[in-house]
Design a protein around this ligand. Structure first.
Ligand code: NDP
Length: 345
């Protein structure tokens, strides 16, 4: 069987933005002969995610992530259909997902790395298994619950950076549902600001490319900021933390503004921000979703209920074709997406 796949063509280097030329499309022959335990899958949707930037380096800087190898097929979150199976847990026609799905149109995978999913959970939208009812939704929901200390009736204000992205767009909605009286998003375009307020129910949004975040936050958060869901780090986070209240909480989810730089994770804070955190007794604990997988089933069920009832709205940016994986990844890293960046194969 002829298949197409995407391999790593070159590394961008620790300092520097990834470019589409770092990826290469290849055609190859896949033998559909299955060994015991094997499953032949057809890829339906693939995910590109910020953590993949670390996998492009020779050393990912994290023990839970292996580097991608030059000239080898890449992998990440994927969802697909079982076409044939020699594994007792997978049957032809099953919809399955995996965190290590090859960027390949068809693949033979071990049934043991595949997770069977019920399309009902995603209200029939199979790409949601890579987003709101997948790791992204879990990151948003569990991040807020584990590190946000949101209390109904406590008149809290939440700010989310990277707010129009996959995690941010869900995190803000969870904050609102859990009881924050104000949820303000920071993002990179007027179109994104509009979507946050008009479609997702954020109280207000700030376009950091055009507006003064500090001035706008004073206007939108008159009682200060209690909870900050941090996806981006850097100057944006320094500005937000400067307006946080005593006893506030930073959910340290990600620091994408620093991913193209040769710095450790989490990147060191400025002295001034460190002082603010200390003086105001603000917690800033690192959140890693993979540490909370024992809570995944209940959280996914809750997210599923919320999308079916319309309490959580889902945004996606869908690109067609495996040949566009590299472009889609680079675009997402620069803010080309609203909601979850998905590639339909
Ligand atoms: P997104 O869908 O949010 O896509 C990335 C977004 O980051 C872009 O759309 C862009 O939006 C924004 N961005 C890029 N560069 C910058 C910059 N220099 N300054 C400010 N914003 C920037 O991705 P995800 O939702 O998948 O991931 C969001 C964050 O969550 C990442 O930091 C990621 O590493 C982290 N994460 C953490 C997990 C955990 O377990 N802790 C699990 C999953 C993700 P804009 O137009 O607004 O600039």
């Amino acid at each position: 069987m002829q298949v197409r796949r995407v391999v790593l063509n070159s590394r961008p280097g620790k300092n520097g933005a990834p470019v589409p030329e770092n990826f290469r499309l290849e055609e190859t022959i896949l033998s559909p002969d299955l060994q015991d335990g094997d499953v032949l899958v057809r890829t339906l949707y693939l995910s590109v995610d910020p953590y993949m930037r670390c996998r492009m380096n020779e050393d990912t800087g994290a023990d839970y992530m292996t580097p991608w190898q030059v000239s080898e097929c890449l992998d990440g979150g994927g969802v697909g259909l079982v076409e044939s199976s020699r594994c007792s847990t997978c049957n032809e026609g099953d919809v399955v997902t995996s965190f290590s799905w090859p960027w390949q149109t068809h693949a033979v995978m071990k049934g043991s790395v595949l997770q069977k999913v019920d399309p009902q959970l995603a209200d029939g939208h199979l790409s949601y298994f890579l987003g709101v009812v997948g790791l992204t939704g879990l990151t948003a929901l569990l991040g807020v619950r584990e590190k946000g200390h949101v209390i109904k009736g406590a008149n809290q204000t939440m700010v989310v950076s990277g707010a129009a992205g996959a995690c941010g767009s869900i995190a803000g909605q969870v904050g609102r549902l859990d009881g924050c009286v104000r949820v303000v998003g920071i993002c990179g375009s007027n179109q994104k600001c509009k979507a946050l307020v008009e479609d997702l129910g954020f109280t207000a949004a700030v376009n950091y490319h055009q507006e003064d975040i500090s001035v706008k936050l004073k206007e939108f958060c008159p009682d200060g900021i209690d909870v900050y869901f941090d996806n981006v780090g850097g100057d944006i986070s320094d500005t937000i933390i400067a307006q946080m209240n005593k006893g506030g909480h930073v959910i340290l989810c990600g620091q994408i503004s620093q991913y193209n730089k040769d710095v450790p994770y989490p990147p060191p804070l400025s002295e001034k921000t460190q002082e603010t955190l200390q003086m105001r007794n603000i917690t800033r604990e690192r959140f890693i979703v993979l540490k909370y997988m024992s809570k995944a089933d209940a959280a996914l069920f809750e997210l599923s209920q919320c999308i079916k009832s319309g309490q959580i709205k889902v945004l996606e940016t869908v690109v067609n074709g495996i040949e566009n994986m590299g472009d889609a990844f680079c675009s997402m890293m620069k803010g080309g997406n609203i909601g979850k960046q998905i590639i339909k194969i």
